[in-house]
Design a protein around this ligand. Structure first.
Ligand code: GAF
Length: 387
């Protein structure tokens, strides 16, 4: 059963009304470009095959009711009360789909909101740093865009998802995950300029090169609405303010000597990560275009070192996943996503994946860490209507 099948089945338990359609959106893995999105920099993520599906039926009243296979008790809110319920908070997982409904009304004032039943199902691993939240947002935004005749394009729908995440759920994230989920292209990663929101799909050519991306989900939990993520964002804002620029996007590696002079050590290292990471994204895209995927390994490794040592968002489990996959023949490896837990990715020759998987499991056991989930991900298509 796919997520689409599961969502359709769940909808029939919720209502007798006919299905208006099914929409789905994927999670993402970020190949490189971490904590650069909210600094208006560059990112290079790809959508994965695992998706969240939203099956929708139109209601005759003004109630939005959401349910999902992982939280089957429906949550309902009338359109008239939606602003107040979002402002009050405390909606837990339902904050994502209801936040999207709320944000879509703001982004598309000409939309025709109507009551809907929404049934969600997903095969995106939750808490793995593969953006299960952007998958929910993308599926629901795509559905309501059609059902409410909002007429938004994919970039606007990504903005809706980010608004839901920032203002309804309260996680101060950038727009990378939503853009990756909306705009994904099979066998490609999305090069995104987070200042202009211009995108370019760049062919990855993994399978022709005999390579694949192995994910090591450490099962270490992270939450972007609290703690470290917000602190890192504030450090970046401090760094930009010290230079009198709008964002760290306006700095280059040539500014780092001056940054070392005017910033305290911690802020300097946060800034150095972002500035060098932006350059690594540009170098990765150039290396892929010129020499293919085998040429990007060292950039992935440098990105991880920068996150571990300068941005300080790695954890021992992520470092071990990176070290072990590299020792097992990965061309490059790094943690992916916001950090403080979640997953690492490794660019591996396909034939070495079984050995690397065993080596990671053994290394985690030897360190007394919880057994990780290890699996491959495939660069896949973004949000779409399925039925
Ligand atoms: C999380 C956020 F949601 C993204 O916006 C991005 O900042 C990422 O962490 C770090 O690159 O996934």
């Amino acid at each position: 059963m796919t997520a689409v099948d599961d969502a359709r089945t769940l909808l029939t338990t919720l209502t007798d009304a006919p299905e208006a359609g099914v929409w789905s959106a994927p999670g993402r893995a970020n190949l490189i470009g971490e904590h650069t999105d909210y600094n208006e920099g560059f990112v290079f993520p790809f959508a994965i095959a695992q998706r969240t599906a939203a099956a929708v039926a139109v209601r005759s009243d003004d109630v939005i009711r959401v349910t999902s296979t992982f939280a089957p008790d429906p949550v309902e809110v009338s359109l008239a009360d939606l602003d107040a319920r979002i402002a009050a908070g405390g909606l837990d997982w339902a904050g994502y789909p209801l936040g999207v409904a709320w944000a879509l009304r703001r982004e598309a004032p000409d939309a025709v909101p109507r009551g809907v039943d929404i049934a969600l199902a997903s095969d995106v691993p939750v808490g793995a740093g593969l953006s299960s939240s952007a998958a929910i947002e993308g599926a629901v935004a795509s559905a309501l865009n059609d059902v409410w005749n909002a007429g938004l394009d994919k970039v606007a729908l990504a903005r809706v998802g980010r608004t839901a995440e920032n203002d309804a759920v309260g996680a101060p994230t950038g727009i990378m995950d939503q853009m990756a989920s909306m705009l994904g292209v099979a066998d490609a990663a999305t090069f995104l300029d987070c200042r202009t929101l211009e995108t370019r799909p760049v062919a990855l050519g993994f399978s022709d090169a005999g390579l694949a991306i192995l994910v090591v989900d450490t099962l270490v939990e992270h939450a972007h609405s609290t703690g470290g993520y917000r602190e890192r964002r504030e450090a970046c804002e401090r760094g930009a303010a010290a230079f009198g620029v709008d964002s760290l996007r306006d700095l280059t590696v040539d500014d780092l000597p001056r940054a070392a002079e005017i910033l305290d050590d911690v802020t300097f290292r946060r800034v150095r990560h972002v500035v060098t990471e932006n350059q690594r994204v540009l170098d990765t895209v150039a290396a892929l275009d010129a020499d293919g995927p085998a040429a990007i390994g060292d950039l992935l490794v440098a990105s991880h070192a920068s996150m571990r040592d300068d941005f300080e968002i790695s954890v021992p489990e992520l470092d071990l996943a990176v070290e072990t996959t590299l020792a097992s023949g990965a061309l490059g490896a790094r943690m992916t996503g916001g950090g403080f837990g979640g997953a690492a990715i490794a660019l591996m020759p396909v034939g070495l994946i079984p050995v690397a998987t065993d080596a990671v499991r053994a290394a985690f056991a030897a360190s007394g860490f919880r057994a990780p989930n290890v699996f491959t991900v495939t660069p896949s298509e973004g949000a779409r209507r399925d039925a």
